[in-house]
Design a protein around this ligand. Structure first.
Ligand code: DC
Length: 217
């Protein structure tokens, strides 16, 4: 069974997906990690983007000790996924058609054999339009910025709330304007606005929908 959660950056998709998966005894599959893994590989091995179409990229993902491992051309990339340079370069790498195709194939192959809660930006709209349950987690940009600010100031005390809000606004625009698989509300998705909800309230809402639909089916 596939449960998809899409939504803008900072809406809490990944945290919610993680808790929901745990409650349902499903696997939490994070699609962004695959884009990050390939980016980490490209940076580490100085792959020239001009020759990306002729570069062999074998992408694998598996779960070890409850952690999603990302392996590119037999190299484990998991430890580099959250590095700053990887976060900065992933948006550019993730718009390359060949990369999207590789990630899509990896997701489809893994998720067709497992019960997963998968979060991303194009999951219910493009990768798994027939997923059993599709959620779109929305949240006002001011609130997303406030949450990010609380996180970020631990690492970077000089960053301002306004700067984070502007970064998020820019990121939303790029994600929505992407030529392939832009961020959008998937057809038939259940929209949850988390602006004034806690993480646990969002998870409870999702569980309610899942039980309700089960009853109707
Ligand atoms: O969710 P995240 O920040 O880990 O995502 C990293 C990057 O990957 C981000 O630039 C958007 C991209 N991405 C995507 O294009 N499609 C997805 N399904 C997930 C992530």
């Amino acid at each position: 069974m596939i449960i998809s959660i899409d939504g803008p950056a900072g809406s809490g998709k990944s945290t919610v997906a993680n808790i929901l998966a745990e409650k349902l005894d499903f696997i939490h599959f994070n699609s962004g990690s695959l884009y990050r893994g390939i980016t980490a590989y490209i940076l580490k091995n100085n792959v020239d983007l001009k020759s990306i179409d002729s570069t062999e990229i074998k992408l694998e993902t598996k779960f070890e000790n409850n952690t999603q491992q990302v392996i590119v051309n037999n190299e484990y990339m998991t430890n580099f996924l959250r590095n700053n340079d990887v976060s900065i370069s992933t948006p550019q790498i993730s718009i390359i058609p060949k990369i999207r195709q590789i990630v899509d194939e990896c997701q489809r192959s893994f998720c067709s054999k497992n019960n997963v809660v998968i979060d991303g930006r194009d999951i219910g709209s493009y990768v798994f339009p027939d997923a059993e349950y599709k959620f779109y987690l929305d949240c006002a940009v001011e609130e997303r910025a406030r949450r990010r600010y609380l996180e970020e100031t631990k690492k970077n005390p000089n960053i301002s709330l306004k700067e984070i809000e502007n970064q998020l606004i820019k990121r939303d625009e790029t994600d929505k304007a992407k030529k392939i698989a832009p961020l959008c509300i998937p057809k038939n998705a259940i929209i949850i606005d988390s602006t004034s909800l806690s993480i646990n309230q969002v998870v409870e809402d999702m569980l309610k929908y899942i039980k309700e639909f089960k009853k109707q089916a």
